[in-house]
Design a protein around this ligand. Structure first.
Ligand SMILES: C[S@@+](CC[C@H](N)C(=O)[O-])C[C@H]1O[C@@H](n2cnc3c(N)ncnc32)[C@H](O)[C@@H]1O
Length: 298
């Protein structure tokens, strides 16, 4: 399980979801199933959703016994459709829902998935391999202005204009097909000579790749749409927990929770987002940017 993905803020999530035996929970981002297993071990009954069939296949094997006892149900789908998926699987009223956003380590580590600039692979970045839009499609077909918008809005990238320009120039010569092709273009813009360290080079590649990934998977729109639907699935006293890794995800979550509170739908449990302990941060670098927010329905 840990090779596939190491769960972030596991103890904190379990404590704040107040998992109770025989109550129903939805894990909207199943991944390697670490959080789902935590809920199952505390006696909860879980519906695990993921749009990535490799994640579902992994958990189907790993937690076969829990599926056999019907404590765990798996569903392939986008959490944007959480209401439909929940009703189809008889999870129409639940005690808790978890979102652990972003990509799993498995997705990043597999070169063929095309998420990482560190490993050459096809420029893919789809969490759902059945979706028609890959990063290659966006990089080769989007207008320059749209690329600039993606890099600056989702990546807060200072040189968005120059990177988009370089992409448009390069793709006129030859289609941009691999993660290596893209990172070479990014590096050509910055130059990375002499004084610029490998650290900076990685940070810039990371920002641009992450921005593109957010666009390929429509991540922010899906999150906003899904959180509103999720509240409708909660029982009175039920809790919604969201772990985000990107400031825009965290801001969206915060806004949705504040609006819900204003409409007297419930209360925010985490006045400030919860972060990983220093110990967890040192053991799992992914946890460093994690922020957990929890809302309780009236
Ligand atoms: C960070 S991982 C979750 C890890 C998991 N909590 C664990 O403990 O192993 C995020 C997972 O959510 C999935 N995911 C992201 N956005 C999704 C969406 N809109 N719909 C369904 N699954 C999504 C990804 O495919 C990935 O497997």
């Amino acid at each position: 399980m840990n090779n596939f993905h190491k769960s972030v803020l596991l103890d904190e999530v379990l404590e704040l979801l107040q998992v109770k035996s025989k109550e129903k929970y939805i894990d909207a981002t199943l991944g390697g199933g670490g959080h789902a297993l935590g809920i199952l071990k505390s006696g909860g009954i879980v519906l695990g959703i993921d749009q990535d069939k490799e994640a579902l296949e992994h958990v189907a094997l790993k937690l076969k016994d829990k599926i056999e006892t019907r404590d765990l149900t798996l569903a392939k789908g986008n959490f944007r459709d959480i209401d439909k998926i929940a009703h189809l699987n008889n999870f129409g009223k639940v005690k808790g829902i978890l979102y652990d956003l972003g990509v799993s380590s498995h997705q990043i580590d597999e070169p063929k998935r095309g998420f990482s600039f560190l490993k050459d692979g096809p420029l893919d970045m789809r969490m759902d391999s059945e979706s028609p839009v890959t990063a290659e499609v966006l990089v080769n077909l989007l207008k320059k202005e749209d690329l600039i918008k993606i890099f600056s809005e989702f990546g807060q990238e200072r040189r968005s204009f120059a990177i988009a320009n370089a992409i448009v120039k390069k793709r006129k010569e030859k289609a941009i097909k691999t993660t290596g092709d893209l990172s070479k273009i990014i590096e050509s813009v910055y130059g990375f000579r002499g004084e610029v360290s490998n650290f900076n080079k990685n940070e810039i590649n990371k920002r641009v790749f992450q921005a593109l990934r957010i666009a390929v998977n429509n991540e922010l729109e899906n999150l906003n749409e899904s959180l509103i639907k999720a509240v409708g699935l909660l029982q009175s006293g039920g809790r919604l927990a969201v772990i985000s890794f990107h400031s825009l995800e965290d801001i969206s979550t915060k806004k949705v929770f504040e609006n819900l509170e204003r409409e007297n739908m419930g209360k925010i449990i985490t006045l400030k987002p919860i972060e990983a302990t220093e110990e967890e941060k040192s053991e799992n670098s992914r946890s460093r940017s994690a922020k957990l927010r929890v809302f309780e329905k009236n």
